[in-house]
Design a protein around this ligand. Structure first.
Ligand code: NOJ
Length: 453
């Protein structure tokens, strides 16, 4: 029951939590799974903090039943997970690994048994190594490889999955993978990065078309990291630098899907460094989707800088004026930025149907002597961001769901295990799961379908 001190959400609002395959599954070489680019990267020296890997991760592959029970206890309406491409197609194409496919089949059934809607992402970065050796996302054939993989998944679980996403944060795949080399395959080439951008966008559209042809019952979209971008000052130089930075990190992915084109100012700025190929088939990327998944974490504050690389831009992660500070990864906390993102989708992109596919914060969680984890700062973080979503909805933003990142502490990519994002604590030695105080708080929020003020 709600009262005047509560912000109520629509009855069908989807409350969820998210994870991804490489970050939680482990079992990296079991039951016929093929190698993927994150296996290769983590097994190479000096790539990941403390030499950590996702070899075991949260061992979710073997503890799936227990994990779904936790979701049910929390009252989640939906669970967002991703599929490990190389677990179902060890070479990326060709021979299907039935054991891998069976894992996702069981996961979906188990979720439905507990009344939890499955939300499956096809590409959350763990791309098959065998296809990387053929050029990965820079090879134009990748759009067909991706479609073949999607076909295998649609045929197997497409009758039961409620929401599908083609990609998760494609910026990370293209820019961190091929331009700044922070993530696998660790390349440093603008040309390769832009080819990857294009194939990711076209691949997305082809998969959406395949989904439509199959008349599957669920909905399909994509998940893009849409942060808030602001110039450091009002000067023209800073404004333009901020625009370049935003177009490179956001519009290269969002505009093809929602508008069918690439950002003109950025393309003009990059000039003849832009491969001709970017003209081919861009309209396919704009095949209508059912929802846009939005991952929001921070605000980029950008200034003009002559030493700021090809974009002549330097950026930092600001926190909002209300004194939120930075989290344990140095990210500024800015809930107002989420409100602005949702407003801009409404005003500049025709108000697409949105699901917040990720939002959350890492903290240095402390396990008390009695075993409890009182992550009050996470509760405050989530509360402020959910309030920002509510505010935007009051002003007409078409938001239908919100997923906390993450269900449980997991492998935070090149940062290893130290950033703990979970609602559920995972002991790194025993892998024991313990719901944190934020999990109890979220459970209550879901139960009431309202946020106490
Ligand atoms: C975005 C990514 O999708 C997810 O894999 C990552 O762990 C979180 N953000 C936190 O960085």
């Amino acid at each position: 029951m709600t009262n005047e001190f509560m912000q109520a959400f629509p009855a069908d609002f989807v409350w969820g939590a998210a994870t991804s395959s490489y970050q939680i599954e482990g079992a990296w070489n079991e039951d016929g799974k093929g190698e993927n680019i994150w296996d290769r990267f983590c097994h190479s020296p000096y790539r990941v903090a403390n030499g950590e890997t996702g070899d075991v991760a949260c061992d979710h592959y073997h503890r799936m039943d227990e994990d779904v029970d936790l979701m049910a206890w929390m009252g989640l309406k939906s669970y967002r997970f991703s599929i490990s491409w190389a677990r179902v197609l060890p070479n990326g194409i060709g021979q299907v690994n039935e054991a891998g496919l069976d894992f996702y089949d069981r996961l979906v059934d188990r979720l439905l048994e507990k009344g939890i809607q499955p939300n499956a992402t096809l590409n959350h970065w763990d791309f098959p190594q065998a296809l990387q050796e053929k050029g990965g996302w820079t090879n134009p054939q990748v759009t067909d490889w991706f479609t073949q993989y999607a076909d295998v998944m649609f045929r197997k679980i497409g009758d039961r999955v409620t929401y599908w996403a083609t990609h998760n944060e494609p910026k990370v795949v293209a820019i961190h993978g091929y331009f700044d080399g922070m993530f696998p395959p660790g390349h440093h080439s603008l040309r390769e990065a832009l080819l990857a951008v294009h194939h990711i966008n076209v691949g997305h559209g082809k998969v959406v078309q395949l989904f439509r042809e199959g008349n599957y019952p669920g909905q399909i979209g994509t998940v893009i990291d849409i942060h808030n971008f602001e110039p450091a000052t009002d000067s023209e130089a800073d404004r333009l630098a901020s625009q370049r930075y935003m177009e490179f990190n956001k519009n290269l992915f969002l505009d093809p899907v929602l508008k069918g084109n690439y950002p003109a100012y950025l393309l003009a700025w990059l000039g003849d460094q832009v491969p001709q190929e970017l003209q081919d088939g861009i309209d396919i990327a704009a095949t209508p989707i059912d929802f846009l998944g939005v991952n929001y974490y921070f605000t980029f504050t950008t200034s003009y800088s002559p030493g700021g690389g090809i974009l002549r831009a330097q950026t930092h992660l600001a926190h909002s004026a209300e004194g939120f500070g930075h989290n344990s990864m140095g990210w500024g906390i800015d809930p107002v930025g989420l409100y602005k993102v949702l407003k801009s989708l409404k005003d500049e992109y025709g108000n697409p149907r949105v699901m917040i596919a990720e939002n959350g914060t890492p903290l240095n969680d402390i396990v008390e002597a009695d075993g409890t984890i009182n992550d009050i700062a996470r509760m405050r973080y989530l509360r402020e961001h959910i309030l920002a979503v509510h505010d935007a909805m009051q002003e007409g933003a078409d938001v239908h769901g919100y997923y906390v990142w993450s269900l449980m502490d997991n492998f935070e990519w090149a940062s290893g295990y130290y950033p703990r994002f979970g609602l559920v604590h995972v002991d790194r030695n025993t892998l024991k799961r313990t719901p944190k105080r934020s999990a109890c708080w979220y459970r209550r929020l879901i139960e009431q379908n309202a946020l106490a003020l």
